[in-house]
Structure formats: structure tokens, C-alpha cells
Design a protein around this ligand. Sequence first.
Ligand code: COA
Length: 389
Amino acid sequence: MDIGIDKIGFYSPNVYVDMEKLAEARDVEPAKYTIGIGQERMAIAPLHQDSVSLAANAALSILDEDDKEKIDFVLFGSESGVDHSKSGAVWVHQLTGINKEARSVELKQACYGATAGIKMAMGHIALNPESKVLVLGTDIAKYGVKTGGEPTQGAGAVAMVLSSNPRLLSLDNDSAALTKDISDFWRPLYSDYAFVDGKFSNQAYLDFLNDVWVNYQEKTGRTLKDFEAMTFHVPYTKMGKKAILAMTENEEESERDRLMEYYQSSIYYNKQVGNIYTGSLYLSLLSLLEQGPELEAGSRIGLFSYGSGAVGEFFSGTLKADYKNYLSKDKHESLLNERRELSISEYEEMLQQSLPKDGADIEIESEDMKEGTVYLTGVKEHIRQYVKK
Ligand code: COA
């Protein structure tokens, strides 16, 4: 059965930090952030945007009435969940108006959660060919002011509708996965900020890529030449460049150059948004589809997903004819171009804001409140209050 991604959209808050200005404020050469790390702008989430509202906004940008009627599973991949019990998927389900017979759950494994959602969606659709599944990757990446990870923060969500006979990308059922218990990146329940062993996490990412790529080739008999382009989990855009260099170490130079050219298209949005954890791989896929040249139907795309802690997976898909007709390039470019730049002091203040931890009520007042179709207005009697404009 032909199962895959039928629709894809994304949302990111309307404020950002300029990486050159952040570098100046931190007394660092701007080229370290823009070239060494590979980021130009970093999206910041104001208090009124959390993982639920970001996901709802991403989903609302793609769902039509037919989707809302046929979606019977909402899978919310996130490592910035807002409740220990209730899944973010339940709020998104309600805020987007999906039919009441759908099921809704949250999936967590660092940046891998949305990929787990895709795998579950494929199995579900194989058993129920008429079903559609909404898969969300939504996160706010926060390491804290003046930390090593500071230039690799970001905020945003990707929403995808998976179905049979998809219009964008057919997914192959041929992946190679790997789980190992390591402590490269984690966020204890008591902390708003992630803990990371940065250099170790880079190495773990590359080791996982090597293992799953070797395994994938053995299982499928495919080689690099079978792929038109590769996409990666992109915690910062230099990471994917390291991945291509590692994958092509023993290949002809022309192979590396070919993949590197597509890679530039695949990081266009990520450079402007920063790390969105679970959504990063899929933002990169969207960027390749919208910002890259039109590729022939049947072109194979590789996807490498990595979630610290850690789980990695390499899988693949083939492009459908006329996929460009079903994208929203102009809308996504406007979303990013119309954002307001934050001064460094505004950013520092915004990053350190959080909802009360003692159970007190709060009404969020924000001059950026007009942003998004869905946003958080506060917490009342321990219950988050979302509105939809
Ligand atoms: N011009 C160009 N490049 C420069 C530069 C300059 N002036 N100054 C430094 N660089 C380069 C370095 O050579 C290095 O490149 P390399 O990685 O190819 O060797 C890069 O910029 C980063 O410099 P480094 O000194 O390693 O930075 P750092 O100690 O501040 O750490 C991270 C960078 C990414 C490890 C850190 O930001 C972090 O921990 N991020 C979160 C973890 C993460 O995202 N992990 C990914 C796996 S999921």
C-alpha cells in the first residue's frame, strides 16, 4: 500500500534574535554562530506560545474539513510537554475541530518523538486505509542565557497529515533503528532548561547515523547513489553538514557535492528558526521541498532522525508527481519574514519568563498577543486557558 505524507505545514512565533547581534553581546566572533554553528536567526517563544499552541497553529495551517472528518489519530511528538498526565494532542484535537471519534496521545523521546508518530501512523493506515493521521512535532528549545547551547535554541512546530495515496512523499517501509541508553542531552522534570554534553551529543549523533546507515544499506541493498537528497535532524545547520561529510567519506567527490547542494535548500528554514527538536527533521524536509528545485517523481529522499538519550532511525521516501503544487512556500516565507526582531535584553527577559510553579493563577499580557490563531491566555485553577481567534 502507498502510505506517506499528504500535507505538511509549520508554525513559529513572530519574534526572533539576530545571531550576529547575539554573538556581539556574548563577545564571540559572529562567524562562529553564522558559519561555525550555521544559524542566522533564532525563534523565541513568548509566554503565550507553548508546545500546544504552536502545534495547533501548525495544524490549522493545513487542515481542511475532509481532514478533520477523516483524521482518527492525533500523535503529538514533543519534549516540551505541558502536563505530566494530559497529552498535548487532546488540546490540539479540540482547538483544530477534529471529529470526536479520533484518539489523541503524546509521544516522547527527545527529538525522535515525531518520527515515532510517523512509524505508528504508517502501521495504523496499513490496517485502516481510509484513515488519516495527524502527526505533530512541536518544541521550544531552551538551554538558557549565556550557556554553551544558547546559540542552538529555537521554537516551532511542524504538522503533517499522513494517509494512503499521499500527494507529497510515499514512505518506504524499510527503516533501520537503534536505541542505546546514553546521557548526551536530557531535561529533568524540575528544569525549564535542557542539560547537554554538547561535544558528546555531536559524536553520539554521528555514531548513531553511521550505525543505522550501515544497517539500512545491508537490509535494503541500497547505496548513496539510490538517493537524490538526504535530510537530517538539524539541531543547528552545521550538524547536517557534518553528517553529509561523514556519510560521503569514502564516496566520490561528486556525490558529496550533489548532496551538499540539496542540503543548502533543506536548511533554508532551519537557519531562520533554530532548533525545534522533534520538528527539526521535518522542517528540513519541508525546506527541501519548498526551497529546492523541482525533483522528478520517484526521486528517493533519505531521512535521519536522532533523539538524544538516545534513539536514531534512518528511513526513506519517494517524491510524488507535482508535489510542488501542494506546498505553501509563499505563506511560510511570509511567516518568517514578518517577524519582529528582539533586542538582546528583550530576548533575555522573554527566555527567562515561565508560568507560576506554585499553582497560582496567571493572566498573560503580551503585546505580541495578536500572533497566531491559537495562543495561551493564562492559567486558571491549574488549568491552561487557550483561545482560538
Ligand atoms: N568562524 C567560523 N567558525 C568558527 C569560528 C569562527 N570565528 N569560531 C568557531 N567556529 C567553529 C568551530 O570550529 C566549530 O566547528 P566544528 O564543529 O566544525 O569543529 C563550531 O564553530 C562550534 O565551535 P565550538 O568551539 O565547538 O563551539 P561550542 O563549544 O560553543 O559548542 C555546540 C557548540 C553545538 C556543541 C553547543 O552549542 C551545544 O552544546 N549545543 C547544544 C547541543 C546540540 O545541539 N547537540 C547536537 C546533537 S543533538
